[in-house]
Ligand binder design. Structure first.
Ligand SMILES: NC(=O)c1ccc[n+]([C@@H]2O[C@H](COP(=O)([O-])OP(=O)(O)OC[C@H]3O[C@@H](n4cnc5c(N)ncnc54)[C@H](OP(=O)(O)O)[C@@H]3O)[C@@H](O)[C@H]2O)c1
Length: 237
């Protein structure tokens, strides 16, 4: 199971409780990751070839891809490795968020487009993750709050404040943060799932949302939840 998400941890708990034989894999990006139940390995495989060799060496029959919707490289590698080894490839992908009445969304195709879309003087709540900081920090005409779990590898400009916190965040906390920091734009990836609090807060305050669309991933078998994925794996066909 390729993990690094709450959905992957939920699936690991279900599999563990059912006595299934499985190995969770984490990229090893965060210093203190939340650990799933059961056996865990940590670190990259070394591209498609490395993953293919790992699948063969461990006698893996199913690659359950439960990575984040924006982790495009590992999913592409997993799909290719499955093709090369004959392992079954199943993906867990929670439904994307859709706007509701009152939302002010601008959909953009990628992080670069999100940074380009921001008007000079914008006060931004940036929630897209450490990898994406340079695209925004290189704009001298914007500032705000960058929220993330990991450590940034770039210097934080004076107009930006860093918040290193792990979700979930309540709607009240999101409202307070947006109000206190005079946020005018929320920049977020369309991670999907139930954690819509920042979107609810943005709607209430009339804050513009720049929503980065998901990359397209391969694979025919897709489950929308840990429970649905568990049912697919349990059925085993
Ligand atoms: N991207 C996000 O917004 C986001 C948000 C929350 C959590 N995550 C989690 O963080 C991890 C890294 O995300 P990313 O966007 O940096 O991935 P990525 O760009 O798709 O993958 C980059 C490389 O990291 C390694 N890798 C990624 N996930 C792995 C896993 N579960 N087990 C072993 N190696 C893995 C692979 O290295 P090799 O080529 O060497 O095998 C992969 O080629 C993922 O597991 C993902 O579920 C990502």
């Amino acid at each position: 199971m390729l993990g690094g998400t709450a959905d992957a941890r939920a699936l690991a708990s279900l599999l563990h409780a059912a006595g299934a034989v499985f190995i969770s894999s984490l990229a090893g990006r965060t210093a203190a990751p939340l650990m799933p139940e059961g056996e865990v390995r940590i670190g990259g495989f070394g591209g498609v070839a490395g993953l293919r060799d790992y699948v063969r060496a461990e006698g893996i029959g199913v690659i359950a891809d439960c990575t984040h919707p924006f982790a495009a490289m590992i999913s592409a590698n997993a799909y290719a490795a499955a093709g090369e080894t004959g392992a079954r490839y199943v993906r867990l992908e929670r439904p994307a968020w859709e706007p509701v009445a009152g939302d002010k969304w601008l959909r953009v195709p990628c992080i670069g487009a999100a940074a380009d879309a921001l008007l000079p003087g914008s006060r931004v709540l940036l929630t897209t993750g450490v990898k994406d900081l340079p695209a925004f920090f290189s704009r001298p005409d914007i500032g705000g709050v960058a929220r993330m779990i990991g450590e940034p590898s770039v210097a934080v400009p004076p107009d930006w404040r860093l918040v290193q916190e792990r979700p979930p965040f309540s709607v009240d906390a999101e409202l307070a943060l947006m109000r206190d920091e005079k946020i005018s734009v929320l920049v977020t990836k369309n991670a999907g799932g139930i954690a819509r609090q920042k979107l609810d807060a943005a709607r209430e305050l009339g804050v513009q949302v720049v929503m980065v669309s998901r990359p397209v991933k391969a694979g025919r078998e897709v489950a929308e939840s840990a429970e649905a994925m568990f049912a697919i794996l349990k059925a085993g066909n």
